[in-house]
Design a protein around this ligand. Structure first.
Ligand code: ITT
Length: 213
């Protein structure tokens, strides 16, 4: 999405997230490329306020804050779950929605209740997608942005794997929710270079083509 030429990501890189599930996935995606990774938590970086109204804007805020604070390139993700029948909610406020609900099981139960209230029982009435915006910011101001989505339906929560809203998200053309998949299955990166499965891995494929290897 950047108009300037892409820049290669090398050396030491900060993973600018405080979410343990995301950190694990972001590490797994970057590790094969031989960059040295250090997390925002390990560096004791504060969490910047996410004042953007889009996933891309918030990813940029997080990456820039970490790059400015450390003098290193920083890799950030802003993501969320958008439910069609709820007008795209919780969307960019997915983390806050879960916090307000108490925890993720409660947040998923609340979304289920909102769908039931709207009479959304058939799969086509329960369409949803995850979005991941990935940003890489360099201390000199250079920025790279990528966005990936995965479409599916809200289903009965199941599975202990993954994190966040994974247990009740059933991706199209699959019979198991993200909560029932290993993270390798959820990333779903095919060896032949065709499209990955998860929103984050899809965005990462674009990032890798532009900035890695
Ligand atoms: P950082 O800002 O520190 O990265 P965060 O948890 O605040 O962490 P976001 O603002 O991007 O992250 O909020 C994204 C929310 O959507 C958060 O509640 C996640 O748990 C959830 N989410 C994002 N990706 C997900 C995925 O792959 N599976 C399940 N839930 C996901």
């Amino acid at each position: 999405m950047s108009e300037r030429p892409h820049r290669k990501l090398e050396g030491r890189v900060v993973i600018a997230t405080h979410n343990a599930g995301k950190l694990r996935e972001m590490r797994e995606l970057l590790e094969p490329y031989g960059v040295a990774l250090v997390s925002a938590g390990e560096l004791g970086l504060p969490e910047p306020e996410e004042t953007g109204t889009t996933f891309l804007a918030n990813a940029e805020i997080k990456a820039r804050a970490a790059a400015d604070a450390t003098g290193l390139p920083a890799f950030a993700d802003d993501s969320g779950l958008c439910v069609d029948a709820l007008g795209g909610e919780p969307g960019v406020t997915s983390a806050r929605f879960a916090k307000d609900a108490g925890d993720f099981p409660a947040a998923m139960a609340l979304i289920e209740a909102m769908l039931t209230e709207r009479g959304a029982r058939a799969p086509e009435q329960r369409r949803a997608h995850f979005v991941s915006a990935l940003a890489v910011a360099w201390p000199d101001g250079h920025l790279e942005l990528f966005e990936g989505k995965v479409f599916g339906v809200i289903d009965r929560p199941r599975g202990e794997a993954g994190f966040g809203y994974d247990p009740f998200f059933l991706p199209d053309e699959h019979t198991r929710t993200f909560g029932e998949m290993t993270s390798q299955e959820k990333h779903g990166i095919p060896a032949d270079g065709s499209q990955a499965l998860s929103h984050r891995a899809r965005a990462f494929q674009m990032l890798a083509r532009a900035c890695l290897g």
